[in-house]
Write a protein that binds this ligand. Structure first.
Ligand code: ZN
Length: 294
């Protein structure tokens, strides 16, 4: 058995949804860079990287549970290098909640406690994250979406149409009149529950007229014991200088892209702390506190 990560992998593959969600290759908006399918197959055979098969591209990969993180299990169990084999786009955090993780175009960035961005080293470990290989199923130009609530409303309408029981990874690339984000100071052991740590160690930042990318994850309602149901947004600026967990925003003009995903794969940590956590405790109030602004 691997030392850091238990071989146990919980997987579920939902039945293919032919009506709305899913097969990116069947939609007009296909941005895959691989050529013909035979070419793509030979490329993936030649390239031994894990996670490049079609099935894996349509999977949300999750490290641990958000509920482990909120209880104070900030021990990393999967490395940045390993995470990059499971997707090219996503969100999460680092060992010791040392900043907010945002993955865009295959690079893992850390939004530090001062709101600045650095590229995360391959050997750093991750206690919680969600990533996927991003294939746009649908896109739309948006403008004048003046709050996070309005953006979530717009995204909810998309989800209603495409199916609320799948997972979605979303990219919003554009210009933002305002971006208000947070990150946090690295925690030292013994770790406190996240809501408690953030009370003193959360830092907030605002930027005006900033270009960049929001990466947003949608989890269906039935995921509320494993993650946060609904939307979770992170931001990185186009120049890769600023970013964080999005608390509020004002979209000037942007392109919104949605990747509908039907597979879910969760990697549980093989750490002493994780195996002894009391995950029967209802943490919905704490999760609301750590996800949103007051
Ligand atoms: Zn976050």
């Amino acid at each position: 058995m691997k030392k850091r990560a238990l071989a146990l992998v919980l997987s579920m593959a939902m039945a293919a949804c032919v009506t709305a969600c899913g097969d990116s290759s069947s939609t007009a908006d296909t941005e895959k860079t691989s050529g013909s399918s035979s070419q793509a197959q030979s490329e993936s055979a030649a390239d031994s990287k894990e996670g490049e098969s079609k099935a894996d591209r349509e999977t949300i990969y999750q490290v641990s549970l958000l509920q482990g993180l909120t209880l104070g299990d900030y021990n990393g169990s999967v490395s940045v290098k390993e995470l990059k084999q499971k997707g090219d786009t996503g969100i999460g955090t680092f060992e010791g909640v040392n900043g907010e993780l945002i993955m865009v175009d295959g690079t893992v960035y850390r939004a530090k406690s001062d709101g600045s961005i650095e590229t995360a080293p391959d050997d750093e470990t991750i206690p919680f994250a969600n990533v996927t290989f991003f294939d746009s199923d649908e896109k739309q130009d948006i403008s004048g979406v003046s709050s996070i609530a309005d953006l979530k409303k717009l995204l909810d309408e998309k989800v209603e149409k495409l199916g609320r029981n799948q997972f979605y990874m979303v990219r919003v690339d554009g210009t933002f009149k305002k971006m208000h984000a947070r990150s946090e100071l690295k925690q030292e052991k013994p770790y406190k529950p996240l809501a408690e740590a953030l009370k003193t160690d959360q830092r907030e930042f605002s930027w005006d007229n900033i270009e960049g990318t929001v990466v947003a994850l949608y989890c269906p309602q039935y995921m509320e014991d494993l993650n946060a149901a609904g939307w979770h947004l992170h931001f990185v600026s186009k120049d890769k200088k600023y970013g964080g967990h999005v608390l509020e925003l004002d979209v000037d003009k942007a392109e919104l892209k949605i990747d509908c995903t039907q597979g879910f794969n969760m990697q549980l940590p093989d750490t002493e702390m994780f195996t002894t956590l009391d995950l029967t405790k209802d943490q919905s109030e704490d999760i609301k506190k750590v996800e949103t602004k007051d």
